[in-house]
Structures are given as C-alpha cells and as structure tokens.
Write a protein that binds this ligand. Structure first.
Ligand code: SF4
Length: 458
C-alpha cells in the first residue's frame, strides 16, 4: 500500500502512537462500524481485550483510556486533550459509556476491560472488540496497532486483495537505491519527487497547506511544552524540565546561529524535551513518525527555522517531505514500531528522517541526503525499548533530545562528503529489521527488561 506523508505525520494525542493513537482509532472505527451496520441501538455491553504489548504496557501508555474514548466516538486528532480526564472519570464512576457518543451502555472496567497475558500471531499490539446485545455477540473485530497510529483490521490480513486503497504513484520506490535512481533519472530532489507522489492523492496547494498545518501543530506542542511545568502523570514523579531550561537559555542571551553549534544544541535539547513532556502528559502532538519519538523531527526543524534567518515555509514543506521519504523506507522495509523491533524502529527511524529533512533544506544532493539518513540510523541500531513503569518518560524524553542532536551531527558529516559511503541506507534498514527479529521480547515495549527492571523505587 502506498504511504503518504500524512500517514507518517498525524495530529494526535500522547503518550503513544501504537498504544494510544492506534487503539483509539481502532475503537472509534469499531463504534462507527456498529453505527453503519445498524447495530448501535441493540448494543448493551462492549468487551475490550488487549493482548501482547498493548496489555503489558497498556495502562502506562493509556491504551485502556484510549479504547474508552474511541468507543465513545472520539478521534485522536479531534478530541480536546483537556476534556479527557473528566470523560474517563465519568465512565469509571458511573459505569456508563456513551457508545459512539449516543448509545448508553453499562461498562464495568474490571469485567469489560481485559488485559491478557496472551499474544495474537500477526503483531504484538493486538486488540479485540466485541459488542453484545442481552447475551449474543453482535459484532467482533480484531485490530492490530502496527506503529505510528496505523491500524490493520483482521479482515485486511485475511483478504489482502480486498484492500482497494492502492494509489498509483508517479515515482514508486521501495528502496533507497530506487529513490536515488529516480531522483537522478528525473533530475529531482528527494522533496520534489515526494511532492510528485503526494499529488497523486491531492493537489500541490493542499499538500503544502496540510504540511504547514502539521508544522503549526508541532509549534503549538513545543510552545505548550515550554509553558507547562510540574510533575508528569503516571506515578514516577518525573519533573518537567523544558520550561525551566527555556528560562535559563533566554537569560543567556542571543543563541548561536547555524554553523556554531554549541549553545544551539541546548536549544535542540529544549525543543525535544518540550514535545516529549507534552506527549508524556497526554497533550496534543504530532506523530513523527510515532509519539514516543515525536520530539526529534520538530526539534531539528525548529533548530533550522530558529537559527537560519532565510528559512521559509517552503523549507518546512521540503523538510517534511524528505523526512517522510526515509520514514516510508523504514516502515516498508523494517518497522517503526517499538513493539516489533525495539526503540531503534521509533527513535532510530525518527533520527534518520530528521537527518534527511535537514539535509534537504541545507542543500544536500540526494546521495548526501541518503548518507545523512544512513549515518543517523546506523548509530541507533540495537536500541531497545524498555520504558520504566510502561510510561513514555524514562528513557524516552531524554532519548529524543540525544537523537535530535545526533541527526544534526549526521547531516554535518554527510555534507562534508560527496555522498559516497561504505554502508547503504538500505542495508542499515535491513539490519534494523533483522536486529529487531533477533531482539528478545523483553526489549520490545513490554517493560520486562533493561531500564524498566533496573529501576527500583525507594
Ligand atoms: S523506549 Fe523508545 S520505543 Fe520504547 S516507548 Fe520509549 S521512545 Fe518508544
């Protein structure tokens, strides 16, 4: 299936794309299916079954809450995050859920929200939703949240030919090698080639407008992160740092410009911390390509826009398009899901995408851009997913800041070369896939290994 830039960059809510955004979309899709099949009025009970990683870290990642919101007909890009606590509190207190926003039914959390120590074979992030009338099943659907907010229904797996969403792209590519070859043959930059593909879905003006809307949401997320203070929810008592760091950087005076990187790096850290703290707090944010890794691309793009006096909206569009080209390669040929391949799939892919975006706007040739993306991903290989307490906080928040700086460094190294290099991006992506396949399940978003078990609360 063809992947659009708008599949990778989606406005949503924190803290997780695979465990919050995806399940919420699945549950809202289920409620919509009940409505469309005329079953809504007959529904008296709904059961949610969470499997694998969705069960193991589901409470810390707010999967259970996301399912309730989705069942109430709420979508991640439209819900006001400020209303979430009261909506959930009402369901839990009154044991009543307004299915699809209109059909009241009894919802007993202990009985109807089942976090199971079982896996389904297709993907570690699996969930099954079932609606009943007075006793009999009305509708049962199984969904897989495959990373970045993407969901796959069991029916799509059983009957792949039935998927009619195929779009014919003018520049179809399945590897970085093909991407570079197409750029060379047609004399296009990576961003221009991606724009050509996006125009298979919508006119260029709409692509530009949509990407600037994504950028506005990223900016709003950073601004909220710079303003909000206090302790992050979830019980780890992690203190938000971005607001304080922002004040201290402002006191230091005028930041350095691109090319003089030392204090600029502190601003990059700041932007990433701001986004990931907002994400951890369940705020409005943009998948890039996931929630856990959502700070890297905005941080690098803010860095470019803040410190480059000639930056423009056109740069934002080019940055996001080039970043998406690499995200598509990671998703098609490996994974962007921490539950599938560990954190290398989330933070590694985002770091590589950010490097591609920055390389594009700094005037890299396509081979230099591919080199930058390769360096950025290569040095995230093997990164495990081991969030303490199942929360997207430790190590996730700092890890985004480190990866954002790494992406910038990767671009600087690539721009000093001519694009020729030892290991191709394709090989590194394949290595990420194979390393993920070899990785023990404890390190794939289950919180059963690594830092998640090294942390002892005193
Ligand atoms: S460790 Fe990485 S993959 Fe795991 S939740 Fe945190 S950011 Fe996501």
């Amino acid at each position: 299936m063809a992947i659009s830039v708008f599949d990778l960059f989606k406005i949503g809510i924190g803290p997780s794309s695979s465990h919050t955004v995806g399940p919420m979309r699945a549950a809202a899709t289920f409620a919509q299916a009940l409505r469309e099949q005329g079953l809504l009025a007959r529904a008296q009970r709904v059961e949610v079954r969470l499997y694998g990683s969705l069960s193991a870290t589901g409470v810390g990642h707010a999967t259970d809450r996301a399912c309730l919101l989705g069942l109430m007909g709420q979508w991640p890009d439209r819900i006001d995050p400020a209303t979430i606590d009261s909506r959930i509190g009402q369901v839990l207190q009154e044991r009543c859920l307004m299915l699809d926003g209109s059909q009241p039914l009894t919802f007993d959390y202990a009985q109807d929200m089942l976090l199971l120590d079982e896996d389904l074979p297709y993907h570690p992030n699996a969930m099954r939703l079932e609606a009943f009338d007075s006793g009999a099943s009305l509708l049962s659907q199984t969904y897989y949240s495959v990373g970045g907010g993407f969901i796959v229904e069991q029916a799509e797996i059983d009957q792949p030919a039935g998927n009619s969403q195929a779009v014919a792209l003018p520049y179809e590519f399945g590897s970085a090698e093909q991407l570079l070859s197409l750029c060379k043959v047609h004399g296009l930059s990576v961003a221009q080639l991606m724009m050509g593909n996006e125009c298979a879905w919508r006119p260029e003006a709409d692509v530009r407008e949509g990407l600037l809307r994504i950028w506005a949401a990223m900016r709003e997320c950073v601004n909220n992160g710079l303003r909000n203070e206090g302790i992050l929810p979830g019980g780890l008592h992690v203190k938000r740092r971005a607001a304080k760091l922002h004040r201290s950087l402002q006191e230091l005076g005028k930041p350095n410009v691109i090319g003089s990187t030392l204090s600029a790096m502190e601003w990059v850290n700041l932007f990433a911390l701001a986004v990931n703290e907002e994400n951890a707090a369940g705020g409005r944010m943009v998948t890039a390509p996931t929630n856990g890794a959502a700070g890297i691309i905005p941080a690098v793009l803010h860095y470019y826009m803040k410190f480059n006096p000639t930056s423009s909206d056109a740069d934002v569009v080019d940055f996001l398009l080039a970043a998406a080209a690499v995200g598509i390669l990671c998703k098609k040929n490996a994974s962007i899901s921490g539950a599938e391949v560990g954190c290398q799939g989330e933070v590694g892919s985002a770091c590589s995408m950010a490097a591609a975006g920055l390389a594009q706007v700094l005037g890299a040739t396509p081979p230099q851009l591919e080199n930058a993306a390769e360096i950025a991903l290569e040095h995230n290989l093997g990164l495990t997913c081991d969030p303490v307490g199942g929360l997207v906080q430790v190590p996730c928040i700092e890890r985004n800041a480190i990866a954002a700086v790494k992406a910038i460094n990767a671009v600087q190294m690539a721009l000093r070369g001519d694009g020729e290099h030892f290991i191709s991006l394709d090989r590194v992506i394949r290595t990420m896939r194979d390393t993920g396949a070899d990785m023990h399940a404890n390190y794939k978003e289950t919180s059963r290994g690594g830092l998640a078990v090294a942390f002892v609360e005193c």
